[in-house]
Design a protein around this ligand. Structure first.
Ligand code: E4P
Length: 219
């Protein structure tokens, strides 16, 4: 399973890219607004930090303008994945950009029916939002299971299931168990993944015992 980081904060991306754990980045208008920086400057910087896909979202809602924005974003760097909303205009834009060889991430997916349409439109990624479904009392991960199963039924579908709106490490483990292709993870949750109290306790005991040997590995 691939790991994308869900942020537009270049310092956070730089820090995580250094770990070698990152396969891509997703941004959205809210994440860009949080940085207070120029959209294009931020995106170009992110694309230089990471080789994998960097999702950049259009702001237009009508097909023609959306397509124009998508082409402009795609021209920024080779690794841009144009992010379009799961609307009729978004699907139409997705189909057009995909035909031209541009990677497209269809976002704001909340149903299996919508995910089927994203695949039909040739999306590179579909982004079901699990946390926002949990927030309204549904089980977001059920949607991931359904989409993975549907896509598996049709080997010709190449659209990758990109689990978005992740709130905790359990979402990621469940996504892996279900066979999702990608998780886009907020930096804080990515850091939570590594922590286990027994790791800390075990390491402290090993280090204390090693100290007693009086030896030094590097001589
Ligand atoms: C990523 O592509 C999505 O925009 C993001 O995961 C949404 O997360 P949120 O529901 O926490 O805003």
């Amino acid at each position: 399973m691939k790991f994308f980081v869900d942020t537009a904060d270049t310092e956070e991306i730089r820090e995580l890219a250094d770990t070698g754990l990152l396969d891509g980045v997703t941004t959205n208008p809210s994440l860009v607004a949080k940085t207070g920086r120029d959209f294009f400057e931020v995106l170009k910087e992110i694309c230089g930090l990471i080789d994998g896909p960097v999702s950049a979202e259009v702001a237009a809602t009508e097909y023609k303008a959306m397509l124009e924005e998508g082409k402009k974003l795609a021209g920024l760097a080779e690794n841009i994945a144009v992010k379009v909303p799961l609307t009729m205009a978004g699907l139409k834009t997705c189909a057009e950009l995909s035909r031209a060889g541009t990677q497209v991430n269809v976002t704001l997916c909340f149903s299996a029916a919508q995910a089927i349409l994203a695949a039909k439109a040739g999306a590179t990624f579909v982004s079901p939002f699990v946390g926002r479904l949990d927030d309204i009392g549904q089980t977001g991960m059920d949607l991931i299971g359904d989409i993975v199963q549907i896509y598996d039924n049709y080997p010709a579908i190449t659209t990758e299931v990109l689990v978005a709106s992740i709130r905790n490490p359990t979402h990621i483990v469940d996504a892996a168990l279900m066979g999702a292709d990608v998780c886009t993870i907020p930096p804080a949750v990515l850091k939570q993944l590594v922590s286990h109290p027994l790791t800390d306790k075990g390491l402290a005991a090993f280090l204390a015992d090693w100290e007693k040997t009086g030896q030094n590995i590097l001589g």
